[in-house]
Design a protein around this ligand. Sequence first.
Ligand SMILES: CC(C)(COP(=O)(O)OP(=O)(O)OC[C@H]1O[C@@H](n2cnc3c(N)ncnc32)[C@H](O)[C@@H]1OP(=O)(O)O)[C@@H](O)C(=O)NCCC(=O)NCCS
Length: 172
Amino acid sequence: MVDWVKLELDVEGFDDAGFERYLRRAQSSGTRFTTMADLGDAPEHRRVLYELNRTCSADIPDRGPFYTYDEYAAQRLDVATYNPGGVIIAVQGDEWIGMSATSLHPDRGHAFSDMTGVLAPHRGKGLSLALKLLAIRFVRSSGYRRLVAFHHPQNHAAIAMNRRLGFVDQAR
Ligand SMILES: CC(C)(COP(=O)(O)OP(=O)(O)OC[C@H]1O[C@@H](n2cnc3c(N)ncnc32)[C@H](O)[C@@H]1OP(=O)(O)O)[C@@H](O)C(=O)NCCC(=O)NCCS
């Protein structure tokens, strides 16, 4: 059984100023940040989101086969917790190069980081930090204080990314 690494961030205590430079750096090199809500939560955009999520998920340890599009739509998009305003997209030219999807869970009193992914050629440049800064602002403006993320213990990059942002181990 996988012993998931369960992390949590207090978004009220999060220091936006410490991460704004990653957003500015990406923007000054031509990356645009938007959301599924702003792009339009239309079938063609859902397909592009699916492809981006599928490609990035191939690097998650032990992820196994990814959903078919219909499974993805049923489990991630056509659900009450899906919020197109909480799906941040990084775009370069016409290409979607990164994403951070967050869902809100009023029953549990927290927001959940469903998936953050950056296409391999664009990694190591702080793009995930820029995406998550915007995701954290979405969580805060939605009235939530806690953002939770679960990772496979071998997903060192994702765990390091979240710890860099100030995520700590959830109390067991
Ligand atoms: C995890 C992922 C989103 C990071 O994206 P990225 O844009 O390359 O990350 P950044 O350049 O913003 O790096 C942010 C921090 O993460 C850590 N990090 C990123 N890649 C790392 C790696 N390969 N090894 C160790 N730490 C890493 C570092 O702490 C880094 O901050 P620093 O450079 O200031 O020390 C990317 O590797 C990815 O898409 N992986 C596949 C999908 C995935 O596993 N998603 C998480 C599951 S939800």
